[in-house]
Design a protein. Sequence first.
Length: 461
Amino acid sequence: MTGFDLTALLAARGGERYDLHARHLNHQLPRMLHTIGFDKVYERAEGAYFWDADGQDYLDMLAGFGVMGLGRHHPVVRKALHDVLDAQLADLTRFDCQPLPGLLAEKLLACAPHLDRVFFGNSGTEAVETALKFARYATGRPRILYCTHAFHGLTTGSLSVNGEDGFRDGFAPLLPDTAIGMGDLDALARELKRGDVAGFVVEPIQGKGVHPAPPGFLRAAQELLHRHKALLIADEVQTGLGRTGDFFAYQHEDGVEPDLVCVAKALSGGYVPVGATLGKDWIFKKVYSSMDRVLVHSASFGANAQAMAAGLAVLSVMEDEQIVAGARHTGELLRSRLAALVDTYELLHDVRGRGLMIGIEFGRPTSLGLRSRWTMLQAARKGLFAQMVVVPLLQRHRILTQVSGDHLEVIKLIPPLIIGEREVDRFVEAFTAVMDDAHQGGGLMWDFGRTLVKAHLGRRE
């Protein structure tokens, strides 16, 4: 019997968490958290809530960047993982066919009946990498089109289709891919005429800024792509599994049937990393064209029993608890209540999104006093006002949110899909209080704004 005791280790050294990160991991993470006052110590979590050592609850409107679709520690997912560990399966032998991957693939494909096969990896970026490789091989063409401001992951292949320069800078050379504007069919047609495009990868709703594809764009893009023998790749890593009020976000538009679909995040149940690339039979049969090519694309931990069990449990819960319909109803309630505030607050310019993926955008006010303060923040760094809203939501109202992207005055709400009217009430009341404070033109929010300005104007390390 080993002497390892995880509970004792955490009790003895859990308090060192921020120091350990500063010494051994990304040292900028604790620095950033200290600067904005997010250096909390959460003791436990369940559903849509965290609790600190004093027993105070915090509402999670971030869901681990969308991973916690069912909230934290769902009992059905927990039981499935206990069951699969207790079963002591002969997992990852690499030279057999275990039942769980086939069963999960069957359940996923039932939600996208025009697709035929699945490759399981370990993350969203791997799912995208798989789609890029498969599209290139199946079409025999080298180039992938993507949208400006897109986010598809940070490994080298997916970084090549990342529409934000801040992520790409310093990592060249990348793959020879080309960006077009979201909704720009003329640019898509122009690039396709060159004859070297394998496919077009697109988020049905962009995570950065929460920008839905314009109505009709995905279907028109699909028709253009197929006319030029190229593929439509839907990145549903964040939007999939009910997030937008449909199982997949592309299903919001009639007639859209992507050739490849990437999913991850919520499929994990918040426990075991997993990614999946769903695709048409002919694409898979081209890639795996002979027994010699049986391992031409694989992942050491792909389709492991724990990930497959978690995924099966997630899909079961989604069906039993009507998660997709709930996300549609609660999302519309939350979006409509926030949208009703746009005419009340001059700093609040737009509320958009679908289901439980909502963007709250701020903009230049009209009154002189607020305009001068806004200009001060913008001169230092765009995005600071949104951060000024996020911080009091956490510090004063114990609600965790995020700024939607670098240099964006947008807050993104992607809470667990299990939230209901109680959580909507709590968020809207807190957000209203924060906006009231901001529009008073003084107080703690603008004091914190000046602190942020100093922090961003100070020397970088």
